[in-house]
Design a protein around this ligand. Structure first.
Ligand SMILES: *Cc1c(COP(=O)(O)O)cnc(C)c1O
Length: 369
């Protein structure tokens, strides 16, 4: 049985001329690091979000690291987030010596349960870090209320939510700053690593620009606060500029695929994604739930369908984070979901024909359980 080709290859075949032209444009520009393409992409990406500034960085993890540090978060400070996320969200907090504090997630959307946030605040809390997971936004109004009441900045992790909207507001425009990843599978993906942190706050922007450039003040090339070499690559920036013009098309296509799945599995035991109020979902991943998830996955393997789980091991249960002191059972909704969720293939270049084959095979497996 043919293996379906996931990822960027079908897209590359369609967009090859444009991508190669982007590479050639940079190679001929005479400037390979922090040149005109990074500058233009930063302006265009900020404009897409209706914010003042965008600082391109080398990946989405460092977009969070720099975002936190630019907001003044440092060693020993507590950052409230979720355990049901990609490990890099939590790694970024850990890398600057800050302490991640987890709240549980909502049982139907698997997004941060905002009702638990206020009780998690201590005198050491310095930042709230909601993750707009799977492609839809956390319930922001109550979170913003808590942030204002306690004088805490919000850093949005938008690595899975390019172009998602919440009551009309675009993801990344709601916090004091927001981080993005352009890892190739993301809704806006580069041809390699990339990331960005956006903000409308001038001081945060200045901090970000210094931190990604060794911590140097550009005028005298003096390190004022030790930083990183964390620059967005010029080639990736030029490719991202081209792809940003198509982002709304990629999202539209993902929504068509999501609708088809929802239709196909209506009335079955497979639970399709719940849309939270006010949200326009961009379906970075199409996360479904089934009581015997592992049997469904196993039965589809011989059919050439390899399914991913986002995420099989909540961060607080991973051995590398044992030091945080969470026990099994401390985040019951997160842990229960992790046993039953999995993802159906979802990417903008998935063809109708391939999706139909996948649907048919999943329906067959479900019927035989
Ligand atoms: C992908 C991802 C990241 C990390 O981005 P990289 O570019 O891989 O470093 C962070 N947070 C979330 C929620 C992600 O999905």
């Amino acid at each position: 049985m043919a293996q379906y080709v996931w990822g960027y290859l079908p897209e590359y075949e369609k967009e090859r001329d444009d991508i190669l032209d982007a590479v050639d444009t940079v190679f001929r520009s005479g400037k390979l690091v922090l040149g005109p393409s990074v500058k233009a992409f930063e302006q265009e990406f900020a404009a897409y979000h209706g914010v003042e500034h965008c600082v391109g960085v080398d990946n989405g993890t460092n977009a969070i690291v720099l975002g936190l540090r630019a907001l003044g978060v440092g060693a020993g400070d507590e950052v409230i987030t979720v355990s049901n996320t990609a490990a890099p969200t939590v790694l970024a907090i850990d890398q600057i010596g800050a302490v991640p504090v987890f709240v549980d997630v909502h049982p139907e959307t698997y997004l941060m349960n905002v009702e638990q946030v206020e009780a998690a605040i201590t005198e050491r809390t310095r930042c709230l870090l909601p993750v707009h997971l799977y492609g839809q936004c956390v319930d922001m109004a109550p979170l913003e209320e808590i942030a204002a009441k306690h004088g805490l900045p919000i850093l949005e992790d938008c690595a899975q939510a390019h172009g998602a909207r919440h009551y009309g507001r675009i993801a990344g425009s709601m916090g004091k700053a927001a981080s993005f990843s352009f890892y190739p599978t993301k809704v806006l993906g580069a041809y390699g690593d990339g990331g960005a942190t956006i903000t409308s706050d001038d001081e945060t922007e200045a901090n970000l620009r210094r931190l990604r450039y060794y911590g140097m003040e550009k005028v005298y090339y003096v390190v004022s606060t030790p930083g990183y070499n964390s620059r967005l690559d010029e080639v990736q920036a030029e490719i991202l500029r081209r792809k940003l013009t198509r982002l709304d098309d990629y999202i539209a296509r993902r929504r068509v695929i999501a609708e088809r799945y929802a239709e196909a599995f209506e009335g079955t035991d497979l639970i399709t994604p719940a849309l939270a109020p006010g949200n326009d979902h961009v379906y970075y991943v199409y996360v479904v739930r089934h009581q015997v998830r592992d049997r469904v996955i196993e039965a589809l393997k011989p059919e050439g369908i390899e399914l991913n789980i986002s995420y099989p091991w909540p961060v607080h249960t991973q051995s590398g984070f044992a030091k945080l002191g969470y026990r099994e059972g401390s985040l019951p909704v997160t842990e229960a979901a992790a046993h039953e969720i999995f993802s159906l293939p979802m990417y903008a270049s998935l063809s109708d024909v391939d999706q139909e084959r996948i649907v048919e095979k999943v329906q067959n497996v479900l019927a035989k359980l």
